[in-house]
Design a protein around this ligand. Structure first.
Ligand code: RVK
Ligand code: MG
Ligand code: MG
Length: 323
């Protein structure tokens, strides 16, 4: 029997945990992390305190709130929610900041994202926040992809930004749909993910690289993983390493997260995305208590995130019962 409330809480709290574990070393190389910490397993002191979250989790909260309030996707309301939750101190990407400023100054929510960079942002900002979409629509991968694209376009109108969000949401959904009591069929997981990606998209090559790395008899060295998958703030170079971190350590939430943060680069975000998938798979119960206890507990802290996950499940049940 699959306990969906545990999975939804796992996905949303997994985002917070990964974000908080990775943030203090964001931008560091994997060599520097290894030299200073060996394996990074403990929450470190950070800019806003131990266990605090960044834009990744703040935007995930904004998305979950809007989905709950509107019973599904509503672009106007989601843009409002992003603006209402925006706290500069959490550390936002330049493109996302610009898109939100444009909306604040009166540009339509469906037009602002395309005015950022050349043809919209392909950063990972719309993938890092997308776990609530993966939860809400885990029963329907077609609708999930549509909503992931729509939720992306507000800040990330570039096809690679949108595709990254859809891929990450799909990974969360597949994790919810998999039974953690049985060995995970990684080939099946990856081929279903491939089926979710547009023909000709460079994400296909990345997923093939993930499959090749997983097929190796000996676990490949980090350098090889980085060489094939990347670790920077482009969606194309951060969603695939998050998927690999999960699939190569699907038996244990902590190991998946420690591996993902150990890749270096955009560590809060690769951590947040890995945490979302691993948490969706094994549930909140698989997240180490010492990490859960370290999370921030303010007005919109970990307890609030858990409440949002439960509200999201109620909306999911409504959608299912209305079909
Ligand atoms: C601070 C050229 C482009 C591009 C395009 C590059 C937070 C830019 C989170 C840009 C995440 C970066 C991260 C990120 C989330 C994107 N042409 N370059 N069309 N599209 N880039 O700015 O929300 O940490 O170098 O849209 O996706 O923790 O700065 O922001 O790590 O990708 O920021 O894209 O970033 P943005 P975002
Ligand atoms: Mg961040
Ligand atoms: Mg980041």
């Amino acid at each position: 029997m699959i306990d969906l409330s545990d999975r939804f809480c796992g996905a949303l709290l997994g985002t917070h945990v990964g974000d908080a574990l990775g943030m203090p070393v964001e931008g560091a190389s994997h060599v520097s992390i290894r030299t200073h910490y060996g394996q990074l397993r403990e929450m470190l002191e950070a800019r806003m305190g131990v266990g605090t979250y960044t834009d990744d989790t703040e935007m995930m909260i904004a998305l979950a709130e809007s989905l709950v309030q509107k019973g599904g996707f509503d672009g106007e309301d989601l843009a409002r929610s992003f603006l209402e939750n925006f706290n500069y101190q959490r550390g936002y990407g330049a493109g996302t900041r610009r898109a939100l400023e444009l909306i604040r100054s009166g540009v339509n929510w469906w037009e602002a994202g395309a005015k950022v960079f050349q043809g919209g942002s392909y950063g990972n900002g719309s993938a890092m926040r997308v776990a609530p979409v993966g939860c809400l629509y885990h029963h329907d991968l077609v609708q999930l992809r549509e909503v992931a694209f729509e939720s992306s376009v507000i800040t990330h109108a570039h096809p690679l930004g949108q595709e990254g969000a859809a891929l990450q949401a799909s990974a969360v959904a597949l994790a919810i749909n998999s039974d953690p009591a049985r060995p995970l069929d990684r080939e099946d997981f990856l081929s279903t993910l491939l089926g979710q990606v547009s023909p000709g998209s460079p994400f296909r090559e990345k997923l093939e690289a993930v499959a090749e790395l997983l097929q190796k008899e000996k676990k490949p060295p980090v350098e090889e993983v980085l060489d094939r998958l990347g670790n920077d703030s482009r969606a194309l170079c951060s969603v695939p390493p998050a998927i690999y971190s999960f699939l190569s350590h699907s038996e244990d939430f902590e190991e998946a997260l420690v591996f993902s943060v150990g890749l270096g680069g955009d560590t809060d975000t690769i951590g947040a995305m890995t945490g979302a998938i691993a948490g969706a798979y094994r549930g909140k119960g698989s997240i180490p208590l010492r990490w859960l206890h370290a999370l921030e507990r303010g007005r919109k802290g970990a307890d609030y995130i858990e409440e949002l996950a439960i509200e999201l499940l109620k909306i999911h049940n409504k959608i299912i019962s209305g079909r």
